[in-house]
Design a protein around this ligand. Structure first.
Ligand code: SF4
Ligand code: SF4
Ligand code: FES
Length: 260
């Protein structure tokens, strides 16, 4: 079941495509609609799937052919925009990057895939969470180039070695998989969280930037980097393969030794 065109959403009774070789998997989705109830429930949908389908395809199938009220975010469908972070079988992932074949039950048993919203942020509806606290922490670390003095008359030159210093943290797509897999963030939502620190790192170690000390002051705060317990959940969760915990450690070292 690889959907490409989007049919009219949520029309029950449409004849959905069932490709040859599809198997039936159950998608068990955490549902919440504050207009109907204060309580969340689980709802299961049987969906035809090919091993090469992604979990996002299954959610599209549910929304387009079974229940148009299902709410989730997605945009690019190719691991670029970062909008479809969710917990799939208990692990934070982008639904557009997880293949059904990697979730199939062993020995031909029936496969059930659970899908929940990411944790630590308020659920607005179904799989959609309020991302504002996440972006508030991101904005707080000044995730942009800070310079003082006159505008330069020519471009700001940077060596390849200086550029390589922060290459890893430029890859962040702000999906929130890391921050919402962090036990410290779950317990204390006031913690800046790994994604904000990753984006601070991207500029702290940029040789053209002059705002490193301001950012380090911000991250030296009681809600800052010292809250990190180095459990590596964030690194494991990052769909871009960013060494998140290492970046946090580097920011800690920059604070301790004032070297960046
Ligand atoms: S390494 Fe630090 S930021 Fe990452 S999940 Fe663990 S406590 Fe959270
Ligand atoms: S560091 Fe990785 S997991 Fe965290 S927001 Fe950026 S891309 Fe997502
Ligand atoms: S939909 Fe854009 S990253 Fe998955």
């Amino acid at each position: 079941m690889t959907a490409t065109a989007e049919p009219q959403a949520g029309i029950r009774g449409d004849q959905p495509p069932v490709p040859e070789g599809a198997i039936t998997v159950t998608v068990k989705i955490h549902r919440f609609n504050p207009e109907n109830s204060e309580d969340a429930t689980w709802e299961s949908f049987d969906v035809p799937a090919l091993p090469t389908d992604r979990v996002l395809n299954l959610l599209h199938y549910v929304k387009w052919y079974i229940d148009g009220t299902l709410a989730f975010r997605r945009s690019c469908a190719h691991g670029v925009c970062g909008s479809d972070a969710m917990r799939i079988n208990g692990v934070n992932r982008l639904s557009c990057k997880v293949l059904v074949r990697d979730l199939l039950a062993k020995r031909n048993k029936h496969t059930t895939i659970t899908v929940e919203p990411i944790k630590g942020l308020k659920v607005l509806k179904d799989l959609i969470v309020d991302m504002e606290p996440f972006f508030e922490a991101y904005r707080a670390v000044k995730p942009y180039l800070v310079t003082y003095g006159n505008e330069p008359t020519k471009e700001r030159i940077q060596s390849q070695a200086d550029r390589a210093r922060f290459d890893d943290t430029t890859k962040c797509i702000l999906c929130a998989c890391c921050t919402t897999s962090c036990p410290v963030y779950w317990a204390e939502g006031s913690y800046f969280g790994p994604a904000a620190i990753v984006n601070a790192h991207r500029f702290i170690f940029d040789s053209r930037d002059e705002g490193a000390e301001e950012r380090l002051d911000i991250l030296n705060d009681v809600e800052g980097v010292w809250r990190c317990r180095t459990t590596f959940n964030c690194t494991d969760a990052c769909p871009r393969g960013i060494q998140v915990t290492k970046a946090i450690q580097e920011v800690k070292r920059a604070l301790l030794f004032k070297r960046f």
